[in-house]
Design a protein around this ligand. Structure first.
Ligand code: GRF
Length: 212
């Protein structure tokens, strides 16, 4: 069975969705840069080793990344899943685990890379918003896209309501992407990621219901 290490910084709802999906994968460890992350308790409740590596204890990002990489390497994971991990990983780290790191981002990339995606989506008035699972490359939030889910943006939405609608979809697409990875079905090509045996509608989900 393949194994993954999940990196978190906070609440851990995506981690929980991954665990509840009962994927044919061993979650070898959960690592948080934030000692207060609620997701650490979720991991432990599932009997998974949960570690903290506090960025503040390191003099530089490079030193933090190097320690994080060696902690991860102990578990020899096939995949590293960033699930609400709020630190930017440097090029050396990303290249060491090239094509083996994936991330969930709360927007339809390439729209709204970076932070505050829901506020920015509301500010510019997009009618459709969503989330993306992608491979991580050195350029932030720009790696090959595996799966996306779209949701409507309503006139009455605020950041909280929109974030909640998107989050539901995050919980659908992240386990799906990991399932494909564990089944060796993700092929990175020039134009992005091809999913062996999947139809277009499996990779692009639409959620027409406002709050299904
Ligand atoms: C999610 O919206 C994720 O897309 C973003 O940070 C949030 C983390 O939520 N990167 P959680 O910790 O998985 O609940």
């Amino acid at each position: 069975m393949k194994s993954i290490v999940v990196l978190i910084s906070g609440r851990g709802s995506n981690l929980e969705a991954i665990l509840k999906a009962r994927l044919p994968v061993k979650v070898a460890a959960v690592i948080s840069n934030n000692p207060q992350a609620k997701g650490l308790a979720i991991a432990r409740a599932h009997g998974i080793e949960a570690l903290t590596l506090d960025r503040k204890q390191f003099a530089s990002r490079e030193a933090f990344d190097a320690e994080l990489a060696s902690r991860i390497a102990v578990f020899k994971p096939d995949l590293i899943a960033l699930a609400g991990f709020m630190l930017i990983l440097g090029d050396v780290f990303v290249e060491r685990f090239a094509n083996r790191i994936i991330n969930i981002h709360p927007s339809l990339l390439p729209a709204f890379p970076g932070l505050d995606t829901h506020a920015r989506a509301l500010q510019v008035g997009v009618k459709i918003h969503g989330c993306t699972v992608h491979f991580v490359t050195p350029k932030l939030d720009h790696g090959p896209i595996i799966i996306q889910a779209a949701v409507p943006v309503l006139a009455v939405d605020n950041e909280t309501t929109l974030a909640a609608r998107v989050l539901k979809q995050e919980h659908r697409i992240y386990p799906q992407a990991i399932r494909w990875f564990t089944e060796d079905r993700l092929v990175i090509e020039n134009r992005g990621v091809r999913v062996i045996g999947a139809k277009a509608e499996h990779m692009a989900l639409f959620s027409p219901g406002v709050d299904e």
